[in-house]
Design a protein around this ligand. Structure first.
Ligand SMILES: CC(C)(COP(=O)(O)OP(=O)(O)OC[C@H]1O[C@@H](n2cnc3c(N)ncnc32)[C@H](O)[C@@H]1OP(=O)(O)O)[C@@H](O)C(=O)NCCC(=O)NCCS
Length: 181
């Protein structure tokens, strides 16, 4: 769905939430490469991001036209900070109450409440869209994210042990979390 722009205030800064536009394609690719390398907590390395501008344009169009989810870009004082999204889990009728969430900001934008402000808004949007539960996966060791999710009602419901293997041979579990809305 297409998200109509909203503005909030955080610590004297203006936070803008809006739908992606075609002209955002290049910054979205660069953003993905950067955030994947800034922490070990996303699902891939930056050098695995092989998206072309054309792929990204199609992705933006698909997300804005989706009937079951949103992709929302987040800006602080007009500067792109990252994005958050949700989409229905699968297509079966039995799963139509479940929404899956993604969220990632540049490290320089983290740690001052942006996650809490925006995820709260996203959870309301998910509920208002008719979903009954929100789901996400957080990697073992991502204490900041886990704390944030727990503070907004998510509970750990299971783990896939050693789901992530790093280039240095170490592992991290995937932690599955669910919030009933
Ligand atoms: C995860 C993420 C979205 C959180 O957003 P954020 O803006 O940093 O989070 P906030 O500042 O709103 O809130 C963080 C909370 O964790 C707490 N926190 C910070 N560091 C912490 C730590 N090491 N351990 C536990 N809690 C911590 C903060 O005090 C705050 O809690 P509070 O509101 O109760 O005080 C953001 O850090 C991010 O994008 N990280 C990189 C990508 C990523 O990990 N994405 C999530 C994938 S599941």
């Amino acid at each position: 769905m297409f998200f109509e722009e909203e503005n909030y205030e955080l610590d004297g800064h203006t936070v803008t939430l809006r739908a992606p536009k075609p002209e955002d394609a290049e910054i979205l690719i660069e953003y993905l490469k950067t955030v994947c390398d800034e922490t070990p907590f996303l699902s891939q390395y930056g050098d695995e991001v092989k998206l072309t501008v054309e792929d990204e344009l199609k992705f933006i169009e698909r997300r804005n036209e989706s009937e079951t989810g949103y992709l929302i870009l987040v800006f602080e004082d007009g500067e792109f900070a990252g994005n958050m999204s949700f989409e229905r889990v699968g297509t079966s009728r039995r799963a139509q109450h479940r929404a899956s969430i993604g969220i990632a900001y540049f490290q320089k934008n983290t740690g001052h409440g942006l996650g809490k402000l925006t995820l709260k808004r996203l959870l309301k949007l998910i509920k208002d869209s008719g979903y009954e539960q929100a789901e996400l996966t957080v990697l073992e060791g991502n204490e900041r994210a886990k704390h944030l999710y727990e503070s907004l009602g998510f509970k750990e419901i299971g783990r896939i042990s050693k789901a992530n293997k790093y280039d240095d041979g170490t592992f991290r579990d995937d932690i599955l979390m669910v919030a009933e809305l």
